[in-house]
Design a protein around this ligand. Structure first.
Ligand code: SAH
Length: 367
């Protein structure tokens, strides 16, 4: 039987695997054994499930597979970060970035192939939306990179790759539950961050989740006009509505909302912008991550000078808003959102492809 007609177990949760075992006349705990093997031990073939009876293993192998997204490309940066191009079952391609540091590593996962949000400065936007990823494809990105890297240090996960996670919320939440389950992949919820361009009604929905990771908001502007110019989604969900949703967001004790602010020279990087950002965030338990823009000739934006970034940060700090400068990772490997995937795609949905390798950034959400 070809792999196409066999169902992939990656993406199934404990309950589904218990059911699957029951359907095959096995006790529920056999399902839990499969779950542990896949998510906690990283088993990739049924031969590795040695705690199951041989006959059950054979039956499983006939009907199911344990398959990760396929690694099509791996580009290493001088700074140690690694950008993966992964191919999914239907041939859709997504990017995942692995960023090792001294005592931890950060994985940046994609939630969609392409993206529909259309931020003017973003390379993924140039692809348009291809489709939502399934929970198995999101958890599978992490499993594939973990199997490739065997990280020894603490893992952080950010959903800041391709796509808008809150427009694929149900699947993202299931993936998060798989990533965070201590009996499975065991990545602490406090170390998982979902980042949104500001899908206002979904922020409230996200806030009601029982198993909830941290939330980051891509602010990127200090006025309605500026934000609409950079992020047309602001016409649908204005800055005012977004901040209202942030004020109503049920933060846990000691939790903060992270606001990402991609700095673009001459666009949104003045001291006045910084002062307005501070005013906007007044009364919200917030921290700001300043991300100097990384791009290239395909898009007309440039990063500000370091002095400008530092001055912006100082205005925020003076107004008691904690602000951190996110060091660009993967500068030499086209690591900005969507760049690698864009360069590998034959037919982008809009605009022209960059012809030369781009400057790039991967922006892990850090403590
Ligand atoms: N759609 C989600 C998550 C993916 S984008 C969101 O908008 O948050 C993750 C972060 O990367 C966002 O803060 C976005 O503003 C930023 N980003 C996108 N392109 C970038 C670029 N070329 N340089 C720097 N940051 C970029």
């Amino acid at each position: 039987m070809g792999s196409n007609s066999r169902r992939n177990l990656v993406g199934m949760d404990r309950r589904e695997l218990e059911q699957l075992a029951a359907e095959r006349g096995q006790p529920a705990y056999r399902g839990r054994q499969i779950y542990t093997a896949i998510y906690a031990r990283g088993a990739r073939s049924f031969d590795e499930l040695t705690d199951l009876p041989g006959s059950f293993r054979e039956a499983l192998a006939q009907h199911y597979i344990i398959a990760y997204p396929e690694i099509k490309g791996r580009i290493a940066s001088r700074d140690g970060s690694l950008r993966y191009l992964l191919s999914l079952e239907d041939g859709a391609r997504v990017e995942t970035v692995y960023m090792p540091e001294d005592n931890r590593a950060t994985l940046c996962l994609s939630s969609q192939a392409g993206c529909a949000v259309d931020c003017r400065f973003c390379f993924t936007a140039l692809l348009g939306l291809e489709r939502n990823l399934t929970p198995g494809e999101m958890a599978g990105q992490a499993l594939a990179v973990i199997a490739d890297q065997h990280p020894k240090s603490r893992l952080n996960v950010v959903l800041m790759g391709m796509g808008e996670p809150l427009l694929n919320l149900k699947a993202v939440m299931k993936a998060v539950r798989l990533l965070a389950d201590p009996r499975g992949m065991g990545i602490s919820l406090r170390r998982i961050t979902v980042s949104t361009a500001g899908i206002v009604p979904k922020i409230a929905e996200f806030g009601r989740e029982a198993v909830r990771p941290k939330l980051a908001i891509s602010l990127n502007a200090s006025t309605e006009e500026q934000r609409t110019a950079l992020m047309p989604i602001n016409r649908k969900y204005s800055l005012q509505q977004l901040l209202k949703a942030c004020r109503a967001y049920p933060l846990r004790p000691r939790e903060r909302l992270t606001f990402e602010y991609v700095m673009m020279e001459g666009i949104n990087d003045s001291d006045d912008d910084a002062a307005r950002v501070a005013d906007l965030l007044c009364g919200i338990r917030a921290k700001v991550n300043l991300i100097p823009y990384n791009g290239g000739p395909a898009l007309p934006y440039r990063p500000p000078s370091l002095d400008r970034v530092l001055a912006f940060q100082k205005v925020l700090s003076d107004k008691e808003i904690p602000a951190f400068i996110r060091i660009s990772r993967g500068q030499d490997i086209m690591a900005a959102c969507g760049q690698l995937r864009l360069a590998s795609s034959a037919e982008p949905n809009r605009q022209t492809l960059p012809t030369t390798p781009q400057q790039c950034v991967a922006t892990p959400e850090c403590q």
